[in-house]
Design a protein around this ligand. Structure first.
Ligand code: UT7
Length: 352
């Protein structure tokens, strides 16, 4: 039976390390508050003007391609998951294709905008393409440059202290090896609370989904409306907003639910999980999930203390580090799970 295997993994984080203490220069916060509420000690910020989301992704992809032992021109499809794309359009997939220097032209490139669950959505899409025989070497990248779009005033502290920059990538290939590869993936969404964790502007909403005033839309006589109004700039409405408590409550419910769903489908149990890599949203969320599933410390991987929440990049960065640290071995059962903006969430089980 043909399945999808991970042939190579890589990650890249920018050099610049920003500690919690560093953030106190800009906003009223403290190392103690951030560590206690999130487990984060520091995060990385890319170098503005020299690095972008697609270049971070490219650095991670180069390592994944090398580890897969293939040439970049053997890649036949690119999937790029991010919420902090270089441009509004086109997506980062084509920019990475160019930056990597892939000379075999006209391969496919797809961008995925599913925020925290983007990597798992990308994995599921890639898995369908590989099992159907359509592609043989898919490059799946999760990358974020949050530092460009955060509100560094005290007003934005609830969001800003959490997020960091980085990238992770995997090369996915078909395998016929008995029992190996991606065993199952599960994807879910519920748009009821779409605006509760969102970057509303710039966008085409024109105030449609909610309060025009709140979202900074103004009728300015422009014949077709405009993505960015002066009011959005003046009222500081060009940064992400988050109802942290609601996200937290939903996350601790949906993570275990979607992990159990994957285990039930495959007839496996929580004891069978060698390593759970949860999207690195908040250390307290991971601890809740671990407790709810009855997992031991050695069964869960966390690195949020070093990088903060890197959204679509958090799972592949963690996979890459777990592999380097010897926490993932041949035949291990790896469980991936994520929950975030949308809300969208998902899980995957992979036999390594
Ligand atoms: O990747 C998925 C996306 N995001 C998540 O998964 C995040 C889920 N939510 C969370 O992680 C938590 O809700 C947060 C870490 C964001 C916030 O923690 P919390 O325990 O829910 O705090 P809170 O929002 O209820 O705020 C408690 C207090 C407030 O002050 P008052 O009103 O009690 O005086 C906030 O103004 O903490 C204040 N506060 C801060 N204080 C210092 C909020 N942010 C900060 C800050 N530094 N950075």
């Amino acid at each position: 039976m043909k399945r999808t295997k991970i042939a190579g993994i890589g990650h890249y984080v920018p050099e610049k390390c920003v500690t919690n203490q560093d953030l106190t220069q800009y906003m009223d916060t403290s190392d103690e508050w951030i560590q206690e509420r999130t487990g984060i000690k520091e995060r990385r910020y890319a170098e503005n003007h020299k690095e972008t989301t697609s270049t971070l992704g490219t650095r991670a992809a180069e390592i994944a391609i090398e580890n897969a032992g293939i040439d970049k021109n053997e890649i036949d499809f690119i999937i790029f998951a991010t919420l902090s794309a270089d441009y509004f359009f086109p997506g980062c997939g084509v920019l990475l294709q160019r930056e990597l220097g892939i000379t075999k032209t006209e391969i496919g490139a797809l961008d995925i905008r599913n925020q925290c669950s983007g990597f798992i959505y990308g994995l599921s899409v890639a898995d369908q393409f590989i099992r159907s025989g359509m592609y043989k070497n898919i490059l799946l990248v999760g990358a974020e440059m949050h530092s460009m779009g955060l509100d560094f005033s005290t007003e934005g502290r609830g969001v800003t202290v959490i997020f960091g920059d980085g990238a992770g990538a995997v090369v996915l290939q078909p395998t016929e090896e008995e029992g190996k590869g991606v065993l199952t993936t599960h994807l879910h969404s519920d748009g009821t609370n779409a605006e509760e964790l969102a970057m509303i502007n710039p966008g085409s909403h024109g105030g449609y989904h909610g309060n025009k005033e709140k979202y900074g839309f103004e009728d300015d006589g422009h014949p077709g409306g405009i993505f960015v109004t002066q009011k959005m700039v003046d009222d500081n409405l060009l940064a992400p907003n988050m109802n942290g408590q609601l996200v937290f409550k939903k996350a601790v419910q949906k993570f275990p639910e979607v992990i159990h769903e994957a285990l039930n489908v495959t007839g496996l149990k929580t004891d069978d999980i060698d390593l759970l890599i949860p999207h690195q949203a908040n250390l307290r969320i991971s601890a809740f999930v671990q407790k709810s599933l009855g997992l031991k410390d050695h069964q869960v991987f966390n690195n949020i203390h070093k990088y903060g929440n890197t959204t679509a990049a958090s799972i592949p960065i963690a996979m890459s580090e777990a592999l380097q640290e010897g926490r993932i071995k041949e035949n291990d059962l790896l469980c991936l799970a994520a929950f975030g903006s949308g809300f969208t969430w998902g899980s995957a089980l992979i036999r390594m």
